[in-house]
Design a protein. Structure first.
Length: 264
C-alpha cells in the first residue's frame, strides 16, 4: 500500500502542555510515543473513572492499528468504557472509539466491520455536543471512512478540513499532524505536489517536535512520496531506521520499507 492511501496514523490527543500534565499523563505519553501501548494503558488501570477508561481504550485501539495485535484487549477495554460512560459526551467518545476499532479491523483485513464502523461514528455524531472536545477527532475518523472505505475523496477532504479547524481551535497538535498528512495525501492523489509536500512536511515537523516517535516513520515515508531524489531516498532511509528501531512498527509500512529478498 502507498502511504498516502494506507492505514492512517490515529490521533487521540497528544501530550498535555507543560505544568498542566500530571506525572502519570507524562509517563503515558512517553510510553505511547514509543509504541508501548500496553504499558501506557496499565499506568491508568488504578483509575476507574470514565475519562481514564476511554483513554485506556484509545491506547489499545491505537495498538491494534499499529501492530495488528491486541484485538481482544481493545474490545474488553472498550466494553468497560461503554459501561462506565454516564454522559452523552462520554457515550459519544466511546462510540467514536468503537468506530475506530471496527475501521481498523476492516482496513487491515482482519474482518469486514465497515457497517459497524459507520454506525458507531454516526452514533457518536448524534451524541456529541457541537463543541465537544471529541468532535474534531470524530470528524477526522469520518474522513478516514470516506477516504479508505467509501473511496469518496471529496467527502474525506471536507471532513479532514473540519477536523483541522477543530484541532487548531483546541490546540491539539497531534491531531493536526494527522489532518495535515491526510489532506496532503489527497493533494498528492490529485497531482498537487507543492501542496502535498507542504502538508507532509508540516505533519513531520509537528511529530518530531512532539516526540511522537512511533508516528514519525509514516510521516517520513509520506513526505518521501512527494519529494524528488536524492531527498526521497534520504527520507525513506530515515523512516527505515526508525521502523526497525521500533520493532517493525507500524506493521503496515513493512512492504514499503523492507527490501525484497534476493532472488535464489
Amino acid at each position: 500500500m502507498s502511504d498516502s492511501g494506507s492505514v492512517p496514523t490515529p490521533a487521540p490527543s497528544g501530550p498535555a502542555p507543560g505544568a498542566r500534565a500530571s506525572a502519570v499523563q507524562n509517563a503515558v505519553w512517553r510510553l505511547r510515543s514509543r509504541g508501548c501501548w500496553t504499558d501506557a494503558a496499565a499506568l491508568l488501570q488504578p483509575d476507574d473513572s470514565p475519562p481514564a477508561a476511554l483513554q485506556r481504550t484509545a491506547l489499545l485501539v491505537e495498538r491494534c492499528l499499529f501492530t495488528e495485535q491486541g484485538w481482544s484487549d481493545a474490545e474488553d477495554a472498550l466494553r468497560a468504557a461503554e459501561a462506565l460512560a454516564g454522559t452523552d459526551d462520554e457515550r459519544g467518545a466511546a462510540a467514536c472509539e468503537r468506530g475506530q476499532l471496527a475501521y481498523a479491523a476492516t482496513v487491515l483485513g482482519v474482518r469486514d466491520r465497515s457497517d459497524e464502523a459507520r454506525a458507531a461514528l454516526g452514533r457518536a455524531a448524534a451524541l456529541l455536543a457541537p463543541g465537544a472536545t471529541a468532535r474534531p477527532l470524530l470528524d477526522y475518523r469520518r474522513g478516514l471512512i470516506a477516504e479508505h472505505l467509501a473511496d469518496s475523496p471529496q467527502a474525506a477532504r471536507a471532513a479532514y478540513r473540519r477536523a483541522h479547524a477543530g484541532a487548531t481551535a483546541q490546540g491539539d497538535r497531534l491531531l493536526l499532524s494527522s489532518t495535515w498528512r491526510h489532506l496532503a495525501g489527497l493533494a498528492l492523489r490529485d497531482g498537487e505536489l507543492a501542496e502535498a509536500r507542504h502538508g507532509f512536511a508540516e505533519s513531520l515537523r509537528i511529530r518530531e517536535e512532539l516526540g511522537f516517535l512511533v508516528g514519525t516513520a509514516p510521516a517520513l515515508t509520506s513526505l518521501a512520496e512527494a519529494e524528488t531524489e536524492p531527498e526521497a531516498t534520504r527520507l525513506r532511509a530515515e523512516a527505515t531506521r526508525l521502523f526497525r528501531l521500533l520493532g517493525n512498527v507500524p506493521t503496515w509500512l513493512t512492504a514499503q520499507l523492507t527490501p525484497p529478498a534476493p532472488a535464489a
